[in-house]
Design a protein around this ligand. Structure first.
Ligand SMILES: *Cc1c(COP(=O)(O)O)cnc(C)c1O
Ligand SMILES: [Zn+2]
Length: 479
């Protein structure tokens, strides 16, 4: 294959950092080249820390902005997705080992006038459903699987088992990225709660050739099984507990800032909270940008939860964290009663976001209304995106946000993945426990007809064009 010519003067990443796993509980460090997910000594979550980070500060914030802008002109796969921000994602992975399947660089679409009026302000939807497996999870898989590609090659490992529990999208992303690696090096297994993922989400890991195991219960039950496996067997865990994934998901924040021309002074980002990995990554991402002087201050971060799965909301309300039992939610990918990454959220809020972090609770009814209203105005928003929109709208109503903010709402996956909920809404077949009552003005249904243009025209009450009618009459007269 011919080598594609690069434009000149694109600053390539040659920085490799000095990465280590660091325990958020006891502070111990562990070598980055080994597989760790939680601290072997105290059991707390790990984060990836770059001990050489301060050397990046030798380059000014405005120069970093220029570097990242120039890289958008690159034609190299390794700079086309989340690794455009190589130094901040996982610098230890050399560009040659980066797996790029088209993730990242998702569009920010401005809400039209009608939708903005309904919402209470102008705003943007960042469409993370336009990632390759149709959710933001691809960002974290691109970093974790690029790492796995690098390490298995470097250490000559064979037969590594990549494994995850999932509410649907993690397994779709994991299976997709793992299927790109050589079969003798990596196999993939996903654990799903039976009947709790949509048909589209089930089809995805099957298509990628993963071993799909369905277990009774909800996501939290699958997670317990996977955690036990990761503790006792030699497997590579691909849940967001794996801090390598968080590092890739930080790219969301870098992109939002870049898409706003690095001016985030009045920014508010709004996103759903499930396992809390994404909101952790988003907060860490903006922190990186502030530390490097690329942006001046942290944005407001608004998390949204359904009243059917609201542990983080309750913590923020009464200062006490407890896991909660969940009820069925249309925001199924966020239907989690005991978010794995909650301790990281607590730490980030305590240390950096105390006055800039809010959690809004919405009803299932509001989530569906948010999604369907956005869908009717040019957006491919999923139920979790609908949750974000409903939450942001409520935050505007409560005065937490106001129209002077630049509001960016995360639509975390693609509308099509969750079309089952749309169908139940349109057909009026929602099981009672969701508490969703269809509103007529949002319902749509196909109309079946016998056929023929005349019948269709009559149904649509079309008025014929004068000329067309005359010609038709002439034809009749002329026989
Ligand atoms: C995973 C997921 C979420 C929740 O993200 P967390 O990182 O678990 O908080 C929200 N929406 C979609 C579509 C998801 O796949
Ligand atoms: Zn520890």
């Amino acid at each position: 294959m011919r080598k594609i010519k690069e434009p000149e003067n694109i600053p390539l990443p040659d920085y490799r950092g000095d990465l280590t796993y660091s325990c958020i509980g006891c502070g111990q460090s562990y070598p980055i080249e080994e597989f760790f997910y939680t601290c072997p000594s105290c059991g707390s979550l790990l984060k990836v820390v770059d001990r050489a980070f301060d050397t990046l500060k030798k380059t000014s914030g405005s120069r970093w902005g220029e570097i990242f802008d120039l890289r958008r002109l690159s034609k190299a796969p390794a700079l086309s997705g989340i690794f455009l921000f190589h130094e901040l994602v996982l610098p230890l992975v050399p560009p040659g080992d980066v797996i790029y399947l088209g993730e990242g660089q998702t569009p920010m679409v401005r809400a039209n006038e009608g939708l903005s009026r309904w919402f209470g302000s102008s705003f943007y939807v960042k469409n993370d459903g336009q990632n390759p497996s149709a959710s933001f999870k691809d960002r974290g898989m691109a970093s974790a699987v690029s790492y796995l590609n690098h390490i298995t090659r470097k250490r000559d490992l064979k037969g590594v088992l990549g494994i995850c529990a999932s509410t649907g999208d993690t397994s779709a992303a994991a299976a997709l990225y793992l299927s790109y690696l050589p079969r003798d090096r990596v196999r993939s297994v996903v654990l799903l709660p039976k009947g709790k993922v949509t048909p589209a989400q089930l089809s995805q890991p099957l298509a990628s050739g993963a071993t799909v195991i369905e277990l009774p219960g909800v996501f939290d039950d699958c997670m317990r099984v996977v955690e036990e496996l990761a503790e006792n067997y030699d497997v590579f865990l691909l849940n967001s507990k794996n801090p390598l994934r968080i590092n890739g998901q930080k790219s969301y924040s870098y992109e939002v800032a870049q898409q706003l021309g690095w001016d985030t002074s009045d920014l508010a980002v709004v996103l759903p909270i499930g396992n809390a990995g994404n909101i952790t990554a988003v907060m860490e991402g903006f922190l990186d940008l502030v530390r490097l002087g690329i942006i001046e201050k942290l944005p407001l971060v608004v998390g949204v939860q359904s009243h059917h799965a609201d542990p983080v909301y309750r913590w923020r309300e009464n200062g006490e964290y407890r896991s909660v039992p969940v009820s069925p939610s249309v925001a199924q990918a966020a239907m989690i009663g005991n978010p794995v990454s909650f301790p990281k959220v607590r730490e980030l809020v305590r240390e950096h976001y105390e006055d800039r972090f809010f959690v809004i609770r919405v009803t299932e009814q509001e989530i569906m209304e948010g999604m369907l209203t956005a869908n009717r105005n040019g957006h491919i928003v999923c139920t979790q995106g609908g949750e974000s929109i409903a939450g942001a709208r409520k935050a505007l109503g409560q005065g937490i946000l106001d129209p002077s903010h630049t509001i960016v709402v995360d639509s975390t996956s693609h509308q099509l993945k969750f079309s089952e909920f749309q169908r139940m809404y349109f057909e009026g077949t929602f099981p009672e426990e969701y508490g969703v009552t269809p509103e007529k003005h949002l319902v749509n249904a196909p109309v079946a007809m016998e056929g023929g243009a005349d019948a269709v025209a009559a149904f649509l009450k079309l008025k014929g064009r004068e000329e067309g009618r005359r010609r038709k009459e002439e034809e009749i007269v002329g026989g």
